[in-house]
Design a protein around this ligand. Structure first.
Ligand code: F6P
Length: 548
C-alpha cells in the first residue's frame, strides 16, 4: 500500500470536528444531558461482536460528533486500508513488510503464510503433548514440572498476560514462569526453589539478539550445567521461538526445537504464534486454539462490519476524539478481573509502541497528537489509589472498564460486589456530585450549615468524565482472544487515522546503542571521555559505591 497521508488537520472533516468540540465545550455539554435528550442512547451507542458487548454511551459524543468522526474514517479510506492489512500488503512501509498477525489465527487455508502457521501449530501440538504426557524429560529422566519463558517486550508481555488471565484453566502438573528483565535478580529469584533437572526454558526472541534475553538465556544455561547436567543433554532443557534459527542453534538449541517466527509478524502482535507456547503448555493446546478462534471471530467482525458498527473503529475514533480534540493525554484501562491484572501492561506495549510516532508514513511531521499514555490496573484495587485523580483531578482521562459477567469463582455474591463496583465507577465518573448535592448530603449527615458549606467543594465531583464498558460473558480463552484482537485492530485504525506506521518502533533503538557505549565505558575508563558530563558523574559515583 503506498503511503498516503493527506493533510488531515486541515481537511473538512477534521475542521468540522474541531468546531463541534469547541461548541460542546462552550455550551458545557454534559454526558448525562445526552441521555436526558435521547431515549435510545444506550441502544444506539452499544455494539456486540465476538462475545463482547461494548457500551460507549457514557461519552462526550453526540450523534453529530459520531457522524463526523465516521466521516473522518471514510475520508481516511479505512475499509481499503483494513483490507490491505488482511491481504498482506506492505503496511509496515519503513521495514517493507506486511503485518499479518491475522494469519496466525486464520483457519487452515491455502496461502503461504497459513500453511506455515498451521505447520507450526501442529508442531506445538506434538511438543505440548510430549511435555504434558512426560515423554519429554529432563537430563536425569525427571518429568518437566516448571517452564521458564525468557523473553522481553512482545516475547514476554503477551504470553505472560494470557497465562495469568487463564489461571482457572491451568494444568496442575506444570508451572510457568516468565523472566524478562536484565536485572539478574529476576532470573535468580525465579529459579530459586526450582530443580534444573525438571525445568524447561523457552528462549523467546524474534531476533535472538535482544540483550536482556541473550544474557538471561546464558545465565540459565550456566545454571543448568551447574546442576550437573551433561552438556550433551542441554537440549532437553532449552527450546526456542525465533526467526533467527542460526543464532538459536549457535546458542546450543537443536534446530528441530526452534519454533518459527516470521518477519511478517511484529513482536507485540506475536502471542498468537509459538510465542504463545507457555500459554499452550500452561493451559493446554485446545485452550490455545480457542484463544485463536476468539481472535479470528474479532478479525472477521473487523474486516466485514460497516464502520458505524465496527467495534475497533469506534474505539479508535473515541481515542482520537479525546486525544486530538479534547486534549486528553492519557487513557486508563480498568479490567475488573484480577486475572487481567497484566492486561494494562500488555496494552502499553501494543498501543504506545505502535502509536508513539512523530512522523507520518511519508516522513512528514505529524502535526497533531500521536497516541497517548496508556495506564491502569485491575479493579477494585485502583479505587483505593488513583481513582481519586479520575474523579477530581484536573485532567480528562477517558476510561475503558472491562467487566466479566460470570466468574470462575463459586463465590457469586463477592463477584456481584466486583461488578457493582465496576458499574458504580463508570456512573460516578459520568454523574459526579454537584456542589448543592454535596452540601445537602453533609447536612443530612448532621453537619452544621457552616461546616457543610466549607466541606462541600471538597466533596463535589465534576462528573461528565467519559468511559466505555466492555462486558465479557466470561473470561474464557475465546473471549480473551477476541478482546486482545479488538485492541490490536483499534490501534491499527488509530494509526490509519493519523497516517502513521503502527508496526515499526525506531524510537527504541537509540537507547540500546547508548547502553552499549556506557557498558563499554564501565569496562574501560578511556571510553568514558565521549560521554556527557552527567553520565560521567553518575558512572563515577556508581564505581565509588561499588568499591565501598
Ligand atoms: O526493543 C523493542 C522490541 O524490539 C519489541 O518490539 C520486541 O517485542 C522486543 O524488543 C523483543 O524483541 P525480540 O523478540 O527480538 O527479542
Amino acid at each position: 500500500m503506498p503511503p498516503s497521508t493527506p493533510d488531515f488537520v486541515n481537511s473538512p472533516p477534521w475542521l468540522a470536528l474541531a468546531a463541534l468540540q469547541a461548541g460542546m465545550q462552550a455550551q458545557g455539554t454534559r454526558i448525562s444531558s445526552l441521555f436526558a435528550t435521547d431515549a435510545n442512547r444506550t441502544r444506539d451507542f452499544s455494539l456486540e461482536a465476538a462475545g463482547i458487548l461494548l457500551d460507549y454511551s457514557r461519552h462526550l459524543l453526540t450523534r453529530e460528533a459520531r457522524d463526523r468522526l465516521l466521516a473522518l474514517a471514510n475520508a481516511a479510506a479505512l475499509p481499503a486500508a483494513i483490507q490491505a492489512m488482511f491481504d498482506g500488503e506492505v503496511v509496515n512501509n519503513t521495514e517493507k513488510r506486511p503485518a499479518l498477525h491475522v494469519a496466525l489465527r486464520s483457519p487452515r487455508r491455502d496461502t503461504v503464510q497459513e500453511r506455515a502457521v498451521h505447520a507450526a501449530l501442529d508442531r506445538m501440538d506434538v511438543f505440548v503433548d510430549q511435555v504434558l504426557e512426560g515423554t519429554w524429560r529432563g537430563y536425569s529422566g525427571l518429568r518437566i514440572t516448571d517452564v521458564v519463558n525468557i523473553g522481553i517486550g512482545g516475547s514476554d508481555l503477551g504470553p505472560a498476560m494470557v497465562h495469568a488471565a487463564l489461571t482457572p484453566y491451568h494444568q496442575a502438573a506444570l508451572r510457568c514462569h516468565f523472566v524478562s528483565n536484565v536485572d539478574p535478580l529476576h532470573l535468580e529469584q525465579t529459579l530459586a526453589g526450582l530443580d534444573a533437572a525438571s525445568t524447561l526454558f523457552i528462549i523467546a526472541s524474534k531476533t535472538f539478539t535482544t540483550l536482556e534475553t541473550v544474557l538471561n538465556a546464558e545465565a540459565a544455561r550456566r545454571w543448568v550445567l551447574a546442576s550437573g547436567a551433561p552438556a550433551a543433554q542441554l537440549g532437553r532443557h532449552f527450546v526456542a521461538v525465533s526467526a533467527n534459527v542460526e543464532k538459536a542453534c549457535a546458542f546450543g538449541i537443536d534446530a528441530a526445537n526452534v519454533f518459527p517466527m516470521w518477519d511478517w509478524v511484529g513482536g507485540r502482535y506475536s502471542l498468537w504464534s509459538a510465542i504463545g507456547l507457555p500459554v499452550a503448555l500452561g493451559s493446554g493446546m485446545a485452550r490455545f486454539r480457542e484463544l485463536l478462534a476468539g481472535a479470528h471471530a474479532m478479525d472477521e467482525h473487523f474486516r466485514s462490519a460497516p464502520l458505524a458498527g465496527n467495534m475497533p473503529v469506534i474505539l479508535a475514533l473515541l481515542n482520537l476524539w479525546y486525544t486530538n480534540f479534547w486534549g486528553a493525554q492519557s487513557k486508563v484501562i480498568l479490567p475488573y478481573a484480577q486475572n487481567l491484572h497484566l492486561f494494562p501492561a500488555f496494552l502499553q506495549q501494543l498501543d504506545m509502541e505502535s502509536l508513539g510516532k512523530q512522523v507520518r508514513l511519508d516522513g512528514s511531521s505529524l502535526q497533531t497528537a500521536s497516541g497517548s499514555i496508556l495506564w491502569g490496573s485491575a479493579g477494585t484495587n485502583g479505587q483505593h489509589s488513583f481513582h481519586q485523580l479520575l474523579h477530581q483531578g484536573s485532567m480528562l482521562i477517558p476510561a475503558d472498564f472491562i467487566a466479566v459477567a460470570h466468574s470462575h469463582s463459586s463465590n457469586d455474591e463477592q463477584h456481584r460486589q466486583l461488578l457493582a463496583n465496576c458499574l458504580a465507577q463508570g456512573r460516578a465518573m459520568m454523574e459526579g456530585l454537584g456542589m448543592e448535592q454535596a452540601r445537602a448530603q453533609l447536612l443530612a449527615q448532621g453537619l452544621d450549615a457552616d461546616s457543610a458549606v466549607a466541606l462541600a467543594p471538597h466533596k463535589a465531583i465534576p462528573g461528565s468524565r467519559p468511559s466505555s464498558t466492555l462486558l465479557l460473558q466470561e473470561l474464557s480463552p475465546y473471549t480473551l482472544g477476541a478482546l486482545i484482537a479488538l485492541y490490536e485492530h483499534k490501534v491499527y485504525v488509530h494509526s490509519l487515522l493519523l497516517g502513521i506506521n503502527a508496526f515499526d518502533q525506531w524510537g527504541v533503538e537509540l537507547g540500546k546503542v547508548l547502553g552499549k557505549e556506557i557498558h563499554a565505558a564501565m569496562q574501560d575508563e578511556s571510553a568514558a571521555s565521549g560521554l556527557d558530563a552527567s553520565t560521567r558523574m553518575l558512572l563515577q559515583r556508581i564505581e565509588q559505591s561499588r568499591t565501598l
